[in-house]
Design a protein around this ligand. Structure first.
Ligand SMILES: [Fe+2]
Length: 161
């Protein structure tokens, strides 16, 4: 005779889950927007630094997608859903600075770094708040911040004197 054992869907309590969803959802949406707008910059960049910036922007996009996955899956691992539909991303994230058409590499970098700074501010808010409610989710936010700040450096170094 087989015996079915009942297990809880999550190991972490509801307060930690709701706090994680509250603070990591804006991070997920911002990163998804960064991935889309980073591609826009990747395609339309022009000028003397074309190939370096074109290729670096693909790395920024791939990392943003990976970070979004990390944050979204932390929310879902705690038992809550994530709404990251394109319409929700558009509604909840600010307008990008990335231009609609061709732009010089300096302008593309400035735009993408400005977009990254908005995401980094949300990540910092998550780090601060999750310190009280879920240290594992805070660890996820800290890892994302470190990665974003590295990519920010790689981009902004092209403009440094
Ligand atoms: Fe490409």
């Amino acid at each position: 005779m087989t015996k079915t054992q009942t297990i809880s869907m999550t190991a972490t309590g509801p307060e930690a889950a709701s706090s994680t969803a509250q603070f990591l959802t804006p991070v997920v949406l911002g990163l998804q927007a960064l991935a889309v707008n980073g591609k826009q910059a990747h395609w339309n960049v022009r000028g003397s630094n074309f190939i370096a910036i074109h290729e670096l922007l693909d790395t920024v996009v791939a990392n943003a997608q990976g970070f979004a996955d990390l944050a979204a899956e932390r929310i879902v691992a705690l038992g809550l859903p994530i709404d990251a539909r394109v319409s929700t991303v558009a509604e909840k994230t600010g307008a990008t600075r990335v231009p609609a058409g061709f732009a010089q590499w300096q302008d593309e970098i400035t735009a993408v770094v400005t977009d990254m700074d908005a995401v980094i501010a949300d990540v910092q808010a998550a780090i601060d708040a999750l310190d009280e409610t879920d240290l594992t989710s805070q660890d996820v936010a800290i890892a994302i911040k470190a990665g974003l700040e590295k990519d920010r450096w790689f981009l902004s170094a092209h403009l440094a004197a």
